[in-house]
Write a protein that binds this ligand. Structure first.
Ligand code: UTP
Length: 275
């Protein structure tokens, strides 16, 4: 069973400077909710209640967000605005949050390895909160857990992209698993390839279910592109042994790590709110 979700949230968020100079990217709000709260809600929908968050310098606001602010509670009690805290209060009461700091930002793979101390020896989910996912029915992570239950190996979420954008993503090659039209057995993965080198137009997005052997593999993974430890390189070791499934999810994803994607998400949720 997948019981824990890891949120790597230590990155600098340079694409959002100067907003991210003193505010974590994960705390930027789409409407009134910070990105990371959407991620925690998605994990909870998948019945995961243990949240493990990788933070870094300047990320204290994340811890404060998932805690009670007594002064604020006192001020707002019995006023017409009290309901605005209901959602986050409920979340805090249903989940536990633990944190560890990534001291040097050596890439997503390194951030995930930093989380070993919070995860231990069990399969776990990973949500990159700047990829905001939404679906009318089962959440993307919930769908992935159903896939994990069937295949019992690492699962990565993929979506078809415009091949011109391949240098922003990890890109996979794989074969459809018999009898499915959305589940691939991965044979190759390349981190941020130029379009002419991309093995397909199927890109990895910020949702993973990982088996715990990934930690040993990450320990042995040398820094790759941009001198960062890439999770794609570690996953390739598992894929070579036939142990990675890519799942084309139902739903929408917004790349809220980019200004364009963030504005798109804001418009989408605003339209939804206004009916
Ligand atoms: P990004 O590639 O989006 O990097 O990281 P970033 O630093 O957050 O943003 P930009 O590119 O400078 O604008 C993908 C995810 O991996 C986490 C980030 O917090 C984000 O959720 N990450 C990245 C870490 O936790 N540690 C790292 O060393 C690198």
């Amino acid at each position: 069973m997948v019981k824990k979700c890891l949120f790597p949230a230590a990155g600098y968020g340079t694409r959002f400077l100067p907003a991210t100079k003193a505010t974590p990217k994960e705390m930027l709000p789409v409407l009134t909710k910070p990105l990371i709260q959407y991620g925690v809600e998605e994990a909870l929908e998948a019945d995961i209640k243990t949240m493990a968050i990788i933070t870094g310098r300047g990320k204290r606001a994340i811890e404060d967000h998932f805690d009670i602010s007594y002064e604020l509670e006192h001020q707002i009690k019995d006023t017409p605005k009290e309901h605005m805290l209901n959602e986050i209060r409920q979340l805090i009461s249903q989940c536990t949050f633990s944190y560890t700091r990534q001291v040097e930002m050596k890439g997503l793979g390194h951030a995930i390895l930093t989380g070993e101390t919070l995860i231990g020896n069990e399969p776990f989910a990973v949500i990159l909160a700047d990829d905001l996912c939404t679906n009318q029915n089962d959440s993307v992570l919930k769908q992935m857990i159903d896939v994990y239950d069937k295949y019992q190996c690492s699962i990565i979420a993929i979506e078809e992209i415009d091949i011109k954008e391949s240098d922003k993503y990890g890109v996979i090659a794989g074969k459809l698993v018999d009898g499915t039209d959305n589940t691939y057995r991965v044979s190759d993965m390349v981190e941020k390839p130029d379009p002419e080198d991309a093995p397909s137009n199927m890109a990895i997005i910020g949702r993973y279910i990982l088996t715990p052997d990934i930690f040993d593999i990450l320990r042995d993974t040398q820094p790759g592109k941009n001198d960062e430890v890439q999770i794609t390189d570690a996953l390739l070791t598992q894929a070579t042994a036939g142990k990675v499934i890519a799942y084309k999810f139902n739903g929408k994803r917004f790349d809220c790590g980019s200004v364009d994607g963030f504005v798109e998400a804001t418009n989408y949720f605003y339209q939804k709110l206004k009916g």
